[in-house]
Design a protein around this ligand. Structure first.
Ligand code: CUA
Length: 179
């Protein structure tokens, strides 16, 4: 067979498989399997991966749930804007809303306790970035992102928006307490 002339046998699958080609196909297949299994393995064992569940929602539906939490568990307000500080029960569903250009409310959590954090945006894409840890979550309007979190450090943390969202993007900062 020549590389210049057209093949005598047009049906390529009727050609015998060359040994070298078979070896390369086997290597490529084995590597594909390794990468495929790594996706599953890393999802479970990779410490830096966040497993988020995502559901469809609407601003109204989400706001109703978030407001119910705020009404029930607000312990005080902070800053001149009177931002509610919410201390929800351990293990509960907690809600954080992103909008131009704020994160509401301020959540106050307990150390080493697990919560289900629900995130959504009321308008455009925002990015949830918890400082100074390396946690980044895209916050997308129309979707509710649910992340299980267990704060293992106490203190005051900042939430900054890391998705450009307009003229005041750089002022979109929230607060989170862990006690
Ligand atoms: Cu919100 Cu940038």
């Amino acid at each position: 067979m020549s590389a210049i002339l057209p093949p005598a046998e047009r049906l390529w699958w009727k050609h015998p498989l060359d040994r070298v080609e078979a070896v390369w196909i086997a290597i490529a297949f084995a590597w594909c399997m390794v990468m495929f299994l790594m996706m599953v393995f890393w999802h479970v064992y990779g410490k830096q991966n966040l497993s988020t569940e995502t559901y469809k929602t609407t601003p109204d539906k989400f706001a109703a749930k978030a407001q119910a939490m705020v009404d029930k568990y607000t312990v005080r307000t902070e800053t001149d804007e009177k931002i509610p500080v919410v201390h929800p029960p351990v293990g509960s569903d907690i809600y954080l809303t992103a909008r131009l250009w704020a994160w509401r409310p301020i959540l106050e959590l307990e150390k080493d306790k697990t919560y289900k954090l629900h995130l959504t945006s009321m308008d455009y894409n925002h990015g949830f970035s918890l400082q100074p840890t390396n946690i980044n979550i895209q916050v997308v309007p129309g979707y509710e992102h649910v992340v299980k979190i267990t704060p293992n450090q106490s203190g005051q943390f900042s939430i900054v928006c890391n998705e450009y969202c307009g003229i005041n993007h750089h002022t979109m900062v929230g607060r989170l307490y862990v006690k």
